[in-house]
Design a protein around this ligand. Structure first.
Ligand SMILES: CC(C)(COP(=O)(O)OP(=O)(O)OC[C@H]1O[C@@H](n2cnc3c(N)ncnc32)[C@H](O)[C@@H]1OP(=O)(O)O)[C@@H](O)C(=O)NCCC(=O)NCCS
Length: 177
């Protein structure tokens, strides 16, 4: 698929786009993000208002006037200075359901990684859960390794897997299919 994509950091002006995107994929998460803490709107508001947190969004350069997502096809949320001065935490990652398995998640992650390396960060952390096999496959292929498991954290038989990855210089890649 030929896609003309721009990847950029969000600002407070992107509140609606980010919230709508997260609402679109809410049910892909366990538990749904709308059921956690203050819900999606509070999550986005806090992230966009915090100096060390924001989102990277992959957007189609051209989008229809009625597209409330403004061409957004993937998004990653990142909290910097997590665990240590040099650690970062991915607090959200999703590709638009109509654009999965095209390499866009990989592309967005590579862009985030490059940015974090340039900013001097040394490690990325994230978590997922035992039923999310596609995310486990996605993260493990990117070089993440499990460092701890919290049994039954998200319900009976649904375990939290904590992953981390050391940041090192990347080889250039452009693997949209
Ligand atoms: C996980 C997710 C972000 C992957 O995004 P994507 O843009 O489809 O990923 P890519 O196309 O870049 O895939 C890269 C690799 O991830 C793995 N992968 C992605 N989707 C997969 C699937 N459905 N089944 C198995 N492996 C999968 C594959 O190894 C793939 O490489 P390959 O296609 O060469 O085999 C996407 O499926 C998603 O948004 N899921 C719902 C939200 C979610 O679970 N987020 C993570 C929460 S912790």
């Amino acid at each position: 698929m030929e896609l003309d994509i721009v990847i950029r950091e969000t600002t407070k002006e992107d509140f609606d786009i980010v919230s709508r995107f997260i609402e679109l994929v809410d049910n892909d998460f366990c538990p749904s993000l709308s059921l956690r803490g203050g819900g999606i709107l509070e999550r986005v508001e806090n992230t966009l208002a915090t100096a060390d947190s924001n989102y990277l969004v992959a957007q189609l350069r051209e989008s229809g006037p009625s597209d409330e997502l403004k061409g957004s096809i993937a998004m990653v949320g990142c909290t910097r200075k997590w665990q240590s001065e040099y650690g970062t935490y991915i607090n959200f990652f999703a590709t638009h359901p109509s654009f999965r398995r095209y390499g866009i998640g990989n592309l967005l992650h590579a862009s985030l990684e490059q940015k974090l390396i340039e900013e001097g960060f040394k490690k990325i952390y994230l978590c997922t859960w035992s039923g999310n096999k596609r995310a486990m496959r996605f993260y493990e292929k990117l070089g993440y390794r499990i460092y701890s498991i919290i049994l039954n954290d998200r319900g009976e038989g649904i375990h939290t897997f904590n992953y981390s990855k050391k940041l090192t210089s990347l080889k250039p890649q452009n693997n949209i299919r």
